[in-house]
Design a protein around this ligand. Sequence first.
Ligand code: AMP
Length: 277
Amino acid sequence: MQVVRTRAGLRAVLAGAPRPIGLVPTMGWLHAGHVSLVERARAESATVVMSIFVNPRQFGEARDFEQYPRNEARDLAMAEAAGVDVVFAPNVDEVYLPGFDTVVSVGAISLPLEGAARPGHFDGVATVVAILFALVGAERAYFGLKDYQQVAVIRRMALDLALPTRVVPCETVREPDGLALSSRNARLSAEGRARAAVLHRALRVGAERLSGGERSADTVRSAMRQVLGEEPSATVDYVSAANPDTLAELTEIDGRALLSLAVQIEGVRLIDNELVG
Ligand code: AMP
């Protein structure tokens, strides 16, 4: 496995690399969710590139950016074991060159849910992913559906800007109690970690209401809120039952729905979702 930190270094190692190239963009603090993306990329690519870059432009508060967990030595060992060929781990100045002054801003799909809760977040995501797509020139890039809206935003961007990299969505990897793996889970105490299972429980209750014949989106959202309410340490950011294509909130659910939620536990913001129908 080769580790490169500059645009020139990346260009040099990829010049003769066997194709197709599969790209797995990450912010590090790797876990089994990231590894599942690498495994999928490995199965479909001759060269697997992982980027490890904590992108300051997608964080609202400087403190959240600073507190994001980092451990490069551990990440590199995990990436190599998972079958990554090239790690691109640039400094901030290597991604955003001096005088950098461009924003990629995706429209309506980036406005609700995470976009509403974290203004500017998806501009930061779309901008860095556009740069990574340009630098790596991969045939495919792999993203987790745990960040469902992120996948939707990047797909829209790739389509609208005619970017040649195909976006491949991958299933969410979970702990045995249902908690979606996330680098942010590392910031929870053992007790907070146990309490965080409430996110998945709430989604399951919402999904069960739907499979039981419930059609009112309000009733489904209330049922999820009630489960979250039983966990006093959980502060609810939003609870949603939305159209999976537009992410607009539903009134009646008579087909597919994206159930999603954002909750803070011990000051750590956790998100999860389930696609139903
Ligand atoms: P991050 O390092 O959190 O920016 O995540 C990098 C990629 O891994 C994103 O495409 C995430 O959606 C994906 N990812 C994060 N957690 C999981 C998970 N539990 N299962 C599958 N993919 C995940």
